[in-house]
Design a protein around this ligand. Structure first.
Ligand SMILES: CC(C)(COP(=O)(O)OP(=O)(O)OC[C@H]1O[C@@H](n2cnc3c(N)ncnc32)[C@H](O)[C@@H]1OP(=O)(O)O)[C@@H](O)C(=O)NCCC(=O)NCCS
Length: 198
């Protein structure tokens, strides 16, 4: 079976992350920056891999701060965009936030980044504010997006539905089966996307 594997990034994969970061953002974080995320128990840094080539096609990160999941970065390789991979990473980050007991998720996004804003809106993020001239390179504003209710009783079902829909979408668009290889969410076995991580 052709699998697309989402797992926690480890130190030996960080060169690939830095390369994809350069391609998508022009070099936002350094290798040392990503290493700090790998080392921190307050961070989740997830990657999506094509297993046969071991190609990293996407990654995302959140910081757990008090009761909030701050999504710090999310990117999909330009040649693999619009196939559901971005939403697979976002849903995994929201799963993780839920598992960590966090109440809400937040992030900053360039006001002109319509594709990212559309992605976040699709998963219930709303605009909570604007940081003027937040990005030093262009002087562009950031929108602050926010999503609450991560501990609402129905949110676990919502996440399971999103995972199933995302898995179906990816299979239709790529022919790959999405697999969440996050043993700490299950009983030590990789959980197929759409299955319960509990
Ligand atoms: C934003 C990004 C991660 C989206 O990843 P992706 O894999 O292409 O997105 P998906 O295929 O999972 O799309 C999911 C949803 O996002 C929205 N979306 C994604 N790309 C879009 C586009 N070009 N135009 C409009 N909506 C878009 C849509 O709502 C889409 O759902 P739909 O297909 O049902 O319409 C990707 O474009 C990217 O890496 N951009 C460069 C880095 C970046 O800007 N990251 C965000 C920083 S906050």
């Amino acid at each position: 079976m052709n699998l697309l594997i989402l797992n926690r990034l480890t130190a030996e994969k960080l060169n690939a992350v830095v390369e994809l970061d350069r391609l998508c953002f022009g070099g936002l974080w350094t290798l040392e920056g990503y290493q700090r995320e790998v080392d921190s128990s307050h961070s989740d840094l997830f990657g999506l891999f094509l297993p046969f080539s071991s190609l990293l096609v996407g990654f995302g990160c959140l910081w757990s701060i008090v009761d909030e999941a701050h999504i710090t970065i999310l990117a999909v390789h330009p040649e693999h965009q619009r196939q559901g991979l971005g939403q697979a990473i976002l849903v995994a980050l929201l799963w993780s936030a839920n598992q960590r007991g966090l109440e809400r998720a937040s992030l900053e996004v360039r006001a002109s980044n319509e594709s990212a804003i559309a992605l976040y809106q699709k998963f219930g993020f709303k605009t909570a504010g604007r940081r003027r001239k937040y990005y030093q390179d262009t002087g562009e504003d950031a929108l602050i997006l926010w999503r609450g209710d991560l501990q609402a009783p129905e949110f676990t079902n919502t996440l399971a539905t999103w995972q199933q829909e995302t898995s179906d979408l990816i299979f239709q668009s790529t022919g790959y089966q999405l697999q969440l290889d996050l043993p700490e969410w299950g009983a030590g076995e990789p959980a197929p996307c759409g299955g319960s991580p509990h």
